[in-house]
Ligand binder design. Structure first.
Ligand code: AMP
Ligand code: MG
Length: 339
């Protein structure tokens, strides 16, 4: 059920205001794809729930997802593809993964598989992990991906902590003007999230039950699937306090750089001792938090390999995306946990 009244209202009465609700016909699909190609975000219908999408290869676009949802953490996002061929372009598919994809795609099954070497997926999508969660949706979302020609990252299109939206109206109510466009294809068919199966270890593990029954998956592959705890996907890799810790010690809110340290800077200001820093990377010389979020994982990694003794991090404001950036940095600085 398309909502022409809402669309008309949005288009005619408030032409300059975000968001615009657009029917998911060919024109709407083309429009959404162009918006995504320009590095913007858009809410798209999938068969599970409405997703908030961005080009998965564009870090600033992906950062906008976290900003719009007001997510306090950079947890990894699911990469949506238009088929197995696109997925093979950035992820490694074992024979088991191929079999599951062939059996259940398009559909509500997400596979966690190893990221390919040099994959174009931005590290903000995987939260810096060496695995990636991949799914091929049915219908409109798939058409948008094909039109874009690149994978899209998309969590549910709701404010962080709120329930997942199954209609365009629910997206509007939740995200308001944080999203420029909502593609409307009526109520989502499945209405629950995708089942997530982790295939990156020795044996398949269900991280989250969802739209495809685990028993169906077991039948398809002829082997049992272990169930992680009910909150496993939520407490997945990213949630462990020191999981993403760089090898080097991290010193937060630094007001100077000590001998031997590398500097992770933010903003235009200098800092004492910077001239002698072992290496310097600036998350955003202009002080832009979206740019900083997009650079965070790659720059931490770069400084970690710089040969410095530690990484000094300048203070980062905590508003907007700063909260998630500081959460990530706090994890990096946390005492190491045994693994
Ligand atoms: P959502 O953002 O609500 O669609 O949820 C995505 C889920 O996929 C989260 O629970 C993530 O923890 C999980 N996820 C995404 N990527 C990975 C990954 N590489 N490894 C494990 N879990 C992942
Ligand atoms: Mg969600």
């Amino acid at each position: 059920m398309v909502l022409p009244d809402v669309a008309n209202e949005m288009l005619t009465r408030r032409p300059a205001t975000r968001p615009v609700i657009v029917p998911a016909d060919d024109r709407g699909i083309g429009r959404a794809a162009r918006l995504l190609a320009d590095g913007e975000i858009a809410a798209l219908p999938t068969e599970t729930v409405y997703g908030l999408a961005a080009d998965a290869t564009n870090g600033e676009a992906v950062a906008r997802i976290f900003a719009a949802k007001a997510r306090p953490r950079f947890n990894p996002l699911i990469c949506h593809v238009d088929g197995l061929e696109m997925a093979r372009g950035f992820a490694k598919f074992s024979p088991l993964a191929e079999r599951l994809a062939e059996t259940f795609w398009p559909g509500p099954l997400t596979l966690v598989v190893p990221l390919a070497e040099g994959a174009a997926i931005h590290p903000l999508v995987t939260a810096g992990l060496d695995t990636v969660a991949v799914r091929m949706p049915r219908g409109v979302a798939r058409d948008v991906i094909s039109a874009l020609g690149r994978p899209i990252a998309a969590p549910s299109a709701n404010r962080s902590g709120k329930i997942s939206p199954t209609t365009a109206r629910a997206v509007l109510d939740s995200l308001g003007d944080a999203v420029p466009m909502i593609l409307d294809a009526g109520p989502a068919r499945v209405g629950v999230e995708s089942t997530i199966i982790d295939l990156s270890g020795q044996a398949p593990v269900c991280l989250r039950p969802g739209g495809v029954a685990v028993t169906e998956i077991e039948r398809a592959i002829g082997q049992p699937v272990a169930r992680a705890g009910a909150d496993a996907a939520i407490s997945a890799p990213g949630m462990l306090r020191s999981h993403y810790a760089p090898g080097l010690p991290v010193r937060l809110n630094a007001t100077d750089v000590r001998p031997g340290e590398a500097l992770l800077a933010f903003g235009p200001d200098g800092i004492a001792g910077a001239d002698n820093a072992a290496a310097i990377a600036n998350l955003s010389p202009a002080g832009d938090l979206t740019e900083a979020a997009a650079n965070l994982f790659a720059m931490l990694d770069q400084l970690d390999r710089s040969g410095a003794t530690a990484i000094a991090v300048m203070p980062i404001p905590s508003e907007g995306l700063g909260e998630a950036i500081n959460d990530r940095l706090a994890r990096a600085a946390a005492p190491r946990e045994a693994s």
